[in-house]
Design a protein around this ligand. Sequence first.
Ligand code: AMP
Length: 366
Amino acid sequence: MSRLPPGATLGILGNGQLGRMLCLAAAPLGFRTHVYGPDKNSPAELVATSSTVAPYDDEAALAAFARAVDVVTFEFENVPAHAAAFLSARTQVRPTYKALEVAQDRAQEKAFFAKIGAKTADWRPVNSEPDLKAALEDISGPAILKTSRLGYDGKGQVKIKSAAEAGSAWQALTGGQTTHSNGAFAVLEGFVDFSCEISVIAARDVSGALMCYEPAENVHANHMLATSTVPARLDPKIAAEAESIAKRAIEALDIVGLLAVEMFVTRSGDILCNEMAPRPHNSGHWTMDACGTDQFQQLVRAVTGLPLVDPARHSDARMINLVGDDVERLDSYLADPAAHLHLYGKTEARPGRKMGHVNILSPRSG
Ligand code: AMP
């Protein structure tokens, strides 16, 4: 596939808020969008040119979707392997499933970071309660037990303070069920006493050209991203190393698209990689108002065969996630010319549900 002309259709697997912002970014470049996902009236469906509402295992719907689009990308990494393989046999899927597979599994992800010379917290694969006890002996001090797959925003995680908690932690993670896994069902990670959390989003186009957004400093609350701030308060050497890790990772995975890498910076200045996602990322939403070209448009450019562009941050920014009933208190943002509001079109504000975000800009400080 060469460069797609205006009027071509970008297919997006998944129809949540990331898909919505991707559709909005595709429009100024002249592209149509077709979103595919199981939920009706989803954030993306409300703004896409067309939409298929069907489960990910509906082969007839997937085949029709593949015929209707010129290229497919995705807005979340837990795309079932079968759906990705089915689509890849019929149309161009960017990035390829190989990148998804690594990011879907924490154990594979950590092994991958080691392969590219990046550090992680000390960790062990865990498939049983005896495994967990042994791992807790190896990793002394507090630790976090995480399911390898399908965990997000703190779901599928248990903090463990001492080896005496092994039984209750294993029970909490598995619900007492016998676990089955081809690789590691869970990983035990040493608890990192970090000085800050950062993330870097890298982009790569069809020619292999790379660019990357500077690190954002992230603060989490209740296991969920609360704010991202740029510039991050980082030693320039640490910032450069973080960017180098993201670039090495996107290249090693041969991704055409985006890769977001989340990292801890320790008090001694080490960078420990936590996880990665081959898609637009919540911690990159600041780019929507603080840069000439945001993460969504960069992804559209990459997967449609257009060149990437220097994103040139023109402002400092703080992104604040609007979660649950935060969305009922918008008046101060609506009155503030520095506040750029992005709501996702969700009508029901449940606790813990991401309803939107706001980017607060100030003149660039450095
Ligand atoms: P995760 O689902 O792995 O992204 O974890 C969500 C958040 O929990 C992270 O962004 C951290 O704030 C915290 N967290 C996860 N793993 C660790 C760890 N090993 N040490 C300290 N904090 C952690």
